[in-house]
Design a protein around this ligand. Sequence first.
Ligand SMILES: CC(C)(COP(=O)(O)OP(=O)(O)OC[C@H]1O[C@@H](n2cnc3c(N)ncnc32)[C@H](O)[C@@H]1OP(=O)(O)O)[C@@H](O)C(=O)NCCC(=O)NCCS
Length: 165
Amino acid sequence: MNKEPIIRKRKIEDSAELAHSIALVWNTTYKGIVDDDFLKGLLDNEKESAKRLESNLNDQPNYYVLILQGKIIGWIYYTLDSDKYDNAAEIHSLYILKEYQGNGYGKMLYEYAIKNIKKKGIKKLVIGCLEGNPSNNFYKHLGGKYIGNNLFREKYLENIYLFEL
Ligand SMILES: CC(C)(COP(=O)(O)OP(=O)(O)OC[C@H]1O[C@@H](n2cnc3c(N)ncnc32)[C@H](O)[C@@H]1OP(=O)(O)O)[C@@H](O)C(=O)NCCC(=O)NCCS
């Protein structure tokens, strides 16, 4: 099996594994930030999440998974537009499983996405990150400029970062 990670579009057959990984990484990332009930709900409702992922597949063409030795260890989902900023792409989701963080994989997915986005002639990118998440510093480290905030799910403060590509 390949020891180097590969990036490919997510497929319908990834849905159950991806739903499980999303539930796990949300629980490790957002404990103390997002309500416990919501986080527990993700773990309890993986089957429903997997079904949603299956039915959204064609609406989310820019959803990529990072595979290491046959296992999904990270993913990125972006769109070529954003309702947060004009003429900008948006990364909606960028996650690496906790035990694989700090090995360059997050940056690998980020760079893969911006290469694709730039090829489309788009020169700006926005990303939202919940207040209290240490990943705010990851985005600042990559050159993101804080441009404001909004409410995520009408409850959680989300900081918005702008990248000039
Ligand atoms: C944020 C995340 C995607 C970063 O991926 P990663 O694989 O852990 O990070 P990398 O190893 O690719 O780090 C790349 C660079 O960012 C830096 N970095 C990583 N995490 C950082 C942090 N929390 N604060 C500051 N810098 C950070 C690294 O030191 C590295 O710097 P270098 O390129 O100068 O050596 C990952 O940690 C993660 O999934 N976190 C939990 C989920 C999350 O918060 N996602 C974002 C939701 S908005």
